[in-house]
Design a protein around this ligand. Sequence first.
Ligand code: 13P
Length: 245
Amino acid sequence: MRKKIAAGNWKMNKTFEEGQILLSEVVNPNVQVVLCVPFPYLSTFGKMIDTDKVSLGAQNCYPKASGAYTGEVSIPMLKSVGVGHVIIGHSERRQYFNESDAFLAEKVDATLEGGLTPIFCCGETLEQRNEGIHFDFVCGQITNSLFHLSAEDLKKTVIAYEPIWAIGTGVTASNDQAQEMHKVLRDHLASKYGQEVADEISILYGGSVNGANAQELFACPDVDGGLVGGASLKSREFTNIAKSF
Ligand code: 13P
């Protein structure tokens, strides 16, 4: 059975003090909760929480293990402070930092090699959806960054479908739109790895998830949880989302 996951992506929000308060307020329901917080907070937060219950997540990583890469953070570093999950390929990193599918494939490899779980993000722009190329585009992102993996490694990977037009806009994909894309992605995984493997991959939805719409989205058969931005910055809202399975 694939895991149900409620993941929060704080992005570049909250001071250290505000973050500590928010962290202390998040209630842990009976699902896998992942909190992807800013880099500087990971070490302290790793000591504040039981990382067996709530997994600490990073929002990015660099694929090399160590060396002269000023300003970058490696997987062994993240692992050493208790990180369990790493977001890779968020559309904001693709858009603002020009991260390519090939570079993201390297990050996925480094993450898996270090024994951490990649949360690999994919998603189309509104223009691509309007042109009707959204399924091909998103499947292409998966092919380009994940299809070199062994079945065993793919099974350790979480996928997050985040349509760019739904991120931070208050416009959520409809339940039908989310389910449709998640099914297309699962079929795509099955075409390469077989149905049994595809059925084990958690595919999260991200894009304006909140306490009011989470339950219906998570009830879709191929939606296994959410990657939540804005609503993860409010403890009650995020707790409600995590209780929506
Ligand atoms: P919002 O929930 O704020 O739309 O952000 C989604 C997201 O980008 C999570 O990674």
